[in-house]
Structures are given as C-alpha cells and as structure tokens.
Write a protein that binds this ligand. Structure first.
Ligand SMILES: [Zn+2]
Length: 485
C-alpha cells in the first residue's frame, strides 16, 4: 500500500521543492562550519574509549564527519519519541547519494536502549574509518571507496538515557530497553513473516517486497520504528547488522517461527545459505564468538560456531530483521555482542579489539556474490526489475539506475532478470569460491512486442491459416475456434 505518512516532511530525505523546509538548516550549516574549523588541529587517531552521552555522541559524529568531510557526512533519519535526533553517519567516496553499482550497507546499534556496547563500538568504528582513511590505510580506503556505509549508532537514545542513569553497576535486564512509550522496537515492525507463512502455499505469492498491511498503522508505531522503515525504504541496502547484547551469538532470520506454537523451531528463509555465510563472516572474525568452548550466557540453546537461526533460538514477531528481508532487498543479521548488556568502561577497549576485525570483514563481505545492471535496449537502467535465482524463492529488485546486488554462495546458478513490459532474460553463471569481488552479470531486456489486438487469443499460440481473414477484415476473430489447434 501507499506510505500513509508520506506527507510528513522528513527533515532529510524530502527536498524544499516538495514543500518541506527545515527552519534550522541555516543554523545547522553554521554549526558544521564551526566543527570543521575545529578539526584540523586535533590528532586524528585518538579515540576516547569511554561511554558517550547523547550530546557527546552527536558531537563525536559531527566532528568525525567534519574531519573527513570528503568521505563522510551526518544526516538525521528522524527523531525519537522524546524528540532526539536519530543521527546517522555515512562513509563513501562521494557522500550524499547512491552511486551506480556501489553497494550500500548499514550498521545499527542500541535498538534496545540498555544494550549499549554496540552503540559505543559503532562510534569507535566511525572514528576509526575516518582516521585510518586519512592515514592512508589501504584496506580502509578500498572499503570506503567501493562501498557506501551508513552507521546509526543509537536507534533508541531515549532508552539509553534511562539505562545510562543507572550505569554499569545497577543496570539490569530491562530498564531502558524500550523506547519512551514503552515499546520494544524489535517487536514493533510490521509482521510480514506471518503474512508469508499464511500465503506460502499460493503458487504465485511473492516472498519479496511484501507490502505493509493497513492494519499495522492502527497499532502503535514508534517514531523510531517509523524513521528506520522510511530509511530502509529509501536506500537500496544490501546487508545490515543490528548490534545487541545479552548473549554471545549471531542470529539470522527468520526470527518468527514458522509454526505458531513452536517457540523454538528452525525457520529458514529462502536465502538460508547466504544468511549463514553472512553470520559466519562476523562470528569467525570475532575474537571468541565462533569458539564452541566459550561460555555462553544463557547457554541452553543449540548453536554451531556461534551462529543460530533466530526462530530456533526463540521466536518473536515484528522484528526488524524479518522486516528488512521481506519488505526490501536487505539481509540483516543480529549481533549479540556478549553477556553483559552494560559492560564496565574498562571493557570498552578490549571489546573494540575483539570486534574490530569482525566489523571490517562483515562490511567487506557485501562485495561477495553477484551484481550488475539491468538496462533496456536504449541503454537506460530499468528500476524495479526483478532478479531471480533458480532454487531461491526470493527475488531482489533493481535500484534507481537499474543496478542490483545479490549475496550468493559459490556454484552454478541460473539468474533471470524480468520487468513489466519487457521479455525476461536468463543466464547461467558460475561463481567461484572465495571470490574477492562480486561477479558482474548485466542484462539487456527487450521491450515486449506491441500490445496485441483484442481477440488475438492466448499469447504465443500458433494461429491457423485462415486467421488473417478475420483480422484483416476488421472482424473480431473467433477465439473459441482456436481450441483445436
Ligand atoms: Zn536486544
């Protein structure tokens, strides 16, 4: 369905031509200048491994973007319930827009306000990307130049404030988890997984881009959830990680069990192989996550090498990862960073070291699989074309300029591009293992033939010798006669 809140002016994505005007924009511009004046004198490698209040977080993000203004900028995706900015920072060679064939990824922290380690790690990561890029680190330069990385360090700054008021010593399992309306944001997304389960036996039911049902909007929709939905609908994200705490494991969709009464049931998506690989990429590069001897926190669930299917761990509807998968092209994993949701400050630097390589490998892994452009015969990209892979019942769609990405494992695949009004094209490809870069598979689609005259009968059916008599005479042909041919 149409986006019902479309008319509210998003302070970032909508332009003035749409009647959206941000009265604070000039003020903000002056602030940015002030920040960039600050930056050159500061050493670029000092990261403060302490907790950051919301104000300090905004300041770090803006200063980082100012310091690296040629590869970075901050932008707001919306506001929290109490009106705090949901401030994202992006890194790429030409910040501010999508570039043809450049994959986009996102990292989201602090969705549960009391799970604070991810938020800090993402703040360190932002500063690390900036300073290492400036220092000439080849690996970071390649990553940033070929990828568009979006980081939302805190999705729930209101909850964080409550949790931080208690601090490491006192904060338990729940204070600050929800947003200011007491909504658990990871239960607040549209439950498209149930819709999929209800319709999966219908032959032509599409597993991808399931629309948001009207009924969703009658419930409570948190402004944080709304902002994130709008964000993921407007950027062609390929993969994502949501950083949590309370366990040491990576979980991947589906998070909602395919059997209503089974709270622990393996519920794979059609992209099970790609998800597994994505989860392994993080777990294997983490200091201890993949180690089966590592002590787990709850410790009673089935796992292998530090990864688990979400619904097999415990089932819940309305999660962000299921929504990403069923509503967009994006594959999102959930990273549980450790048992302690609010570690002591001394733990922050060691935790950064334990996760740094995992974060980098995860980001680099977006270049696996295949990518390409779907064009028409005149060379224009076709937006919204479907790319399907035989054997996987979930398509991805092309972005604005006809470009697409598909995370896939090695092997022989049959890839088909199709779009409304065009003839479909299939290609057989071989994707070698351990490929550093995504294989390029481009498509050129021919326009369907001119629309047939009415009464021409079933598509592609061969016509008998007398057929022209009717059509040339301008008489509608007796299609019922075709049955015997
Ligand atoms: Zn959580």
């Amino acid at each position: 369905m149409a986006w019902p809140y479309f008319l509210d002016c998003d302070r970032f994505f909508a332009g003035e031509q749409e009647g959206c005007h941000d009265p604070l924009a000039p003020l903000r511009a002056r602030q940015e200048v002030a920040f960039s004046n600050l930056s050159p004198d500061e050493p670029s490698t000092i990261i403060q491994f302490t907790y950051h209040s919301n104000a300090q977080m905004y300041s770090v993000l803006k200063r980082t973007a100012a310091k690296c203004s040629h590869i970075s900028r901050t932008y707001s995706i919306g506001r929290s319930t109490e009106g705090k900015d949901l401030l994202a920072i992006e890194f790429t060679d030409n910040p501010g827009g999508h570039e043809l064939l450049e994959p986009e990824i996102k990292l989201v922290g602090n969705m549960h306000g009391n799970e604070v380690l991810g938020r800090q790690l993402l703040l360190y990561l932002a500063q690390y990307l900036c300073s290492e890029y400036l220092l000439g680190n080849q690996r970071i330069q390649t990553l940033v130049n070929t990828t568009r990385i979006h980081i939302l360090a805190s999705m729930n700054p209101d909850g964080y404030e409550l949790a931080a008021a208690e601090g490491h010593e006192l904060n338990g399992w729940t204070v600050g988890r929800t947003n200011a309306q007491n909504l658990d944001l990871n239960r607040n997304f549209p439950d498209l997984t149930s819709i999929l389960y209800r319709n999966r036996r219908i032959k032509r039911f599409r597993t991808d881009h399931i629309p948001i049902p009207d009924s969703y909007w009658f419930g409570k929709v948190a402004s944080e959830t709304y902002a994130v939905m709008k964000w993921i609908r407007s950027v062609p994200f390929v993969q994502s990680a949501s950083l949590h705490g309370g366990e040491l494991v990576i979980s991947y969709p589906f998070d909602f069990s395919r059997h209503l009464h089974e709270e622990r049931m393996f519920s794979p998506t059609p992209d099970e192989q790609a998800f597994k690989q994505l989860a392994r990429t993080y777990a294997d590069s983490h200091a201890s996550m993949a180690d089966n001897n590592t002590e787990r926190c709850g410790a009673s669930f089935i796992r292998s090498g530090g990864i688990i299917n979400g619904a097999l761990w415990y089932s819940f509807p309305g999660g962000m990862s299921d929504f990403n998968y069923l509503h967009t092209n994006c594959l999102e994993i959930t990273v549980e960073l450790g048992c302690d949701k609010f570690p002591s400050e001394e733990e922050l630097y060691p935790e950064w070291l334990r996760n740094k390589e995992a974060l980098l490998s995860f980001m680099e892994s977006v270049h696996r699989g295949i990518k390409g452009v779907v064009k028409d015969e005149e060379g224009y990209g076709i937006k919204g074309a479907s790319i399907s892979v035989r054997g996987i019942r979930k398509d991805v769609t092309t972005a604005e300029e006809g470009d697409y990405w598909r995370l896939m494992n090695s092997g022989t695949h049959i890839i088909t591009a199709s779009a409304k009004g065009y003839s479909k094209v299939s290609k057989r490809i071989y994707l070698p293992a351990h490929m550093e870069k995504a294989g390029r598979v481009n498509f050129v689609l021919k326009k369907d033939q001119e629309p047939r005259e009415p009464g021409m009968g079933a598509e592609g059916q061969e016509k008998p010798w007398w057929w022209n008599y009717f059509t040339q005479a301008g008489v509608s042909a007796p299609t019922w006669l075709l049955r015997n041919f």
